[in-house]
Each structure stands twice: as C-alpha cells, then as structure tokens.
Design a protein around this ligand. Structure first.
Ligand SMILES: [Zn+2]
Length: 375
C-alpha cells in the first residue's frame, strides 16, 4: 500500500466472491465481475427496489458482454436474488465494462434458446450523453461507415498522434491498423431508455438518489448519491487507488478533459466526508470511520494534488518548445507497449491541453507538428 492509499480508510467489508452479494447498506449490495484487462474487475451495485408494484432489484452497471459475466449473473439470479426479479438497469456511463450487458439484462437475461429469466423489457436509465454515444458507437450505421472506409477512423487517430510528435513510421502503421473495438464489446444497446437529469433524483427502493453529472472521463457520467443512506455510487469519477483516465483523442483534438474533470470533482465537495464511497474499481472507502479524514474529501484532495503535480512537471519540461510525444516519458517514465502508448499519449495531451486552455502554455504549429511552450 503506498502513502496515498494509507491515508484512505477502506470500509471493513469482505470482498464478495464471484457470484455472491456483499451487503454494504440496508438493501444495497456489492457484486464484483471479472474483466479480461489489466484492470481485472468491476464493482456493480444491486439495490432493493419496487417498480410498477413488483418487488425486486435495480442494478447499477452491468459488467462486460462475455459468457463469464453472463454465467455469473445467472448464478446470482438463481440463488442470492431469492426469487426476486431484476426490475431495472442504471448505467453510470457508456464504457463497455459498465454498459456491455445492458442489452441482455434489459431482455431479462435470456438463455441460449431465448427464454428470459425475468419479465422483459426492463427499463434502462442513463444520461442522454452516455446513451446517445453508446448507441452511436455500437450502431450498424457506424459499422457501415467503417465498411465503406475501413481505415478512416484509425488513420485519423494516427494523424492525431503524428501531429503531436509520434515520429516512428512503424508506430504510424500500427496506429492505422487499430480497429474500433467498442462494437465488439458492446454488441447492442437497448432501443429505449429513461433519461437521467441532474435536478431529478432517481427514486430507488423508496429513497431519493441524487444524480451528479461529471465530465472529462466520458460524455456525461452519472454518479448517484443517497442522502438517507450516506452512500455515493461514484462510478469512475472518484476511484480510491488509481486515477480516472482522461484522454484527448482525434475526434476532439482541442478538448480539455482534465479541466472538465477537475471542475466536476467540485460537485462532490458538498457531500459529507463520512459518506461511504462505492467506486467502480477498487474497494469501498470512507463511511463511519472517516468523520474527519480518510474518506471522500481526502481522496478529492489527493486527486487534485496528483494532477497539479503532473501539470507542474509538464509545464517545467516545456521551458523549451516540446511535442506531446516528448513530454510523454516525463509523465509516464516506465516502458510502454503500443496500446499503453496510445493511452499515455491521450493522457499526456489531456495535461498539455489543460495548461494550454489555462494560458500557461502557448501552442504553435511548425511543419504540421504541434509544439507547446511555457508562456
Ligand atoms: Zn469508464
């Protein structure tokens, strides 16, 4: 455990085994699903609920669309649910580990013969920004566009990296070969949804859950806060051990996701320090033992300090004009494979664009390459 992590008070809760539920508060349960990535798990939440006169559960986030996750949901539905149905699905945002199985859960978890376990269709609640983006990225229209111009998107990304100082021809060729893989991880998204809005609390299990919108990580991320239970479902906006990914991609090359993210963290400031934080990755933290420290506000402070330190490092290095590719090893000193390199480029640019939007760096283009320089 590093120094920052030792400042955080984790809740004294046993980690739920795959296919089991761990109670975190009255009527609220934690379940973990495996992920086939370096980040090897996602936390999902089940909340006891009554909808249209029926008693059952609302699920917050779904896990990735694969057979392992489906099998675990089926195990859960058969025993820990104690015969009660899943009634509704809420997704914090559109990333594949959060929304991947929404289509299948909303169909009532059909088996291979199409026989559903629960009465379908179940409603899906998301923000407009997340729903619309998920629908677009998994759509047949996008698949058709890719069929007609197979390399267009990847080439646009390769050009983005080239403009920001990626000089290797070999890397350019690799970038051009990268497929959009969202559609393979989110094969479809339900055709209807209920819109989550910031001033309209979501009623779950007879309690209000305030919707806290966050930017920078995804288009319009929804975190949920229940004042009665002092519970915050933070999604990917506030994580205990790792910092949330923020990247600048070719689609919006001048974006300032880090600025948006840091501003969004301010929306969590009014919440109590001792609320129990339920993050999508890592372990729940805060809660009763965190009256003064070790909870939400401690983590918010750490996140601000972390990004401030990296912004200072990047700014200092840009005393002379630098490309993003030159700044990258300052922020990511370890060896990276090509996949990690693309994410590191995205994150490095998030820091440079923040400094540029904040007027600390100027940006000039020379021979088609962008250079950042301290003002
Ligand atoms: Zn995410």
């Amino acid at each position: 455990m590093n120094k920052l992590e030792s400042e955080i008070h984790y809740a004294p809760l046993p980690m739920p085994e795959a296919g089991t539920l761990q109670t975190v508060a009255e009527g609220v349960y934690w379940l973990r699903m495996p992920l086939p990535f370096a980040l090897d798990h996602i936390n999902l939440w089940l909340i006891e609920d009554t909808l249209n006169g029926r008693e059952g559960f609302t699920a917050v986030d779904t896990g990735i669309s694969d057979d392992t996750t489906k099998a675990l949901w089926q195990v859960l539905a058969k025993s820990p649910f104690k015969g009660r149905p899943l009634l509704r699905v809420v997704c914090t945002h559109m990333h594949p580990d959060h929304v991947g199985l929404a289509h299948w859960l909303c169909q009532g978890m059909p088996d291979k013969d199409g026989k559903a376990l629960f009465q379908a269709p179940l409603p899906l609640a998301m923000t407009l920004g997340e729903y619309a983006t998920a629908r677009l990225w998994s759509s047949r229209a996008l698949a058709e566009e890719t069929r007609q111009a197979p390399n267009a998107q990847a080439t646009s990304m390769a050009e983005h990296f080239r403009r920001h100082g990626m000089t290797s021809q070999e890397d350019y060729a690799k970038a051009q070969k990268r497929d959009g893989f969202y559609g393979s991880m989110v094969p479809s998204v339900p055709l209807n949804y209920q819109r989550l809005l910031p001033n309209k609390p979501l009623r779950i299990g007879g309690r209000d859950w305030e919707v806290i919108i966050g930017y920078g990580h995804s288009p319009e991320h929804a975190a949920l806060f229940c004042k009665d239970l002092k519970l915050l479902i933070s999604g990917d906006m506030v994580l205990p051990r790792i910092s949330t990914n923020m990247s600048v991609w070719a689609t919006e090359p001048d974006a300032d996701p880090l600025g948006l993210y840091l501003e969004s963290l301010g929306r969590f400031e009014p919440l109590p320090e001792d609320c129990l934080v339920l993050p999508s990755h890592g372990k729940p933290f805060g809660g009763e033992r965190s009256k003064k420290e070790g909870g939400l506000h401690t983590r918010l402070r750490q996140l601000h300090e972390h990004h401030e330190a990296r912004l200072s490092e990047a700014l200092a290095f840009c005393k002379d004009a630098r490309t993003a590719a030159q700044v990258l090893p300052i922020l990511f000193p370890r060896a990276l494979d090509f996949h990690q390199f693309t994410f590191a480029m995205g994150e490095t640019l998030a820091h440079l664009n923040r400094l540029w939007h904040g007027q600390a760096l100027s940006r000039e283009i020379d021979n088609g390459i962008f250079y950042f320089k301290a003002r």
